[in-house]
Write a protein that binds this ligand. Structure first.
Ligand SMILES: C[S@@+](CC[C@H](N)C(=O)[O-])C[C@H]1O[C@@H](n2cnc3c(N)ncnc32)[C@H](O)[C@@H]1O
Length: 233
């Protein structure tokens, strides 16, 4: 299902609608595996030189929490343009005790100076962006030289048979769960469609290199359904 233009507005409205059920849906759709994937991304993130970390599109702050769990000394800022998602994040006792700073910001116009962060990370953001190259450029702009950009997202498995099975699950089962649990079939129909339309992991790595990132690489997890990209600035 395509979102009506402008995409950013439709994406923000969608996450505002599903915010209260977002965490529960993630656990149901992935059998609870999503936390382990964020931990792998967090491990890549804390390999950055010392300095603050920006978790972009932090949503309910699970990746920000994973970074703090591995590196309690890091200052972590979670930014997102859907205030309802930030509200869910702020309700979590773990977010309060970890002193994660939450703020409203658009990934395409970040309110930070150049070279502010040692690392910028994002989970499940990139395929939602209106302008992928602009989003990557903003991530690069606010990262210090020598710092890291780490992204995590769902991707189509490379194996054809498994890709078919994944497609049936994602296009038939996930929207039904979304309708039953989140009361929003549309949001969970957009999810598999956005994955289908997104660039492949190889294409994303190429784009990162073209934009000036160094040592862009990725690894797959979750039976090939998750790609974690890491690059240096
Ligand atoms: C699928 S959720 C991921 C949330 C969180 N990173 C996680 O790991 O669960 C996508 C998030 O991206 C945010 N988002 C999408 N486009 C954005 C943009 N242009 N600027 C800031 N946040 C954005 C949405 O509001 C939503 O909270």
């Amino acid at each position: 299902m395509a979102l009506t233009a402008p995409k950013s507005e439709a994406v923000r409205a969608m996450f505002t609608r599903i915010a209260a059920r977002y965490d529960l849906m993630n656990s149901l759709m992935t059998g609870g595996r999503h936390h382990a994937w964020r931990t792998v991304a967090a491990r890549e993130t804390v390999a950055a030189p010392s300095g603050p970390v920006l978790d972009l599109a932090t949503g309910t702050a699970d990746l920000a929490l994973a970074v703090r769990a591995l590196d309690p000394a890091r200052a972590v800022i979670g930014a997102d343009f859907a205030e309802a998602m930030l509200h869910e994040a702020a309700r979590k006792p773990a977010v309060r005790s970890a002193r994660i700073t939450l703020l409203a910001a658009d990934a395409l116009r970040l309110p930070f100076a150049h070279k502010t962060f040692a690392a910028v990370t994002s989970a499940f953001l990139l395929r939602n962006l209106e302008d992928l190259a602009k989003g990557l450029e903003e991530m690069r702009r606010v990262t210090r030289p020598g710092g890291r950009v780490v992204t995590l997202d769902i991707t189509r498995p490379a194996t054809p048979v498994w890709s078919q099975v994944f497609s049936v699950y994602f296009h038939r089962v996930v929207p039904a769960i979304g309708a039953a649990v989140a009361g929003d079939r549309q949001a969970y129909t957009y999810l598999p469609t956005s994955v289908d339309r997104f660039v492949s992991p190889d294409e994303l790595s190429s784009l990162m290199r073209k934009l000036g990132f160094r040592e862009a690489r990725y690894r797959r997890l979750g039976l090939g359904t998750i790609a974690i990209h890491t690059a240096l600035v």
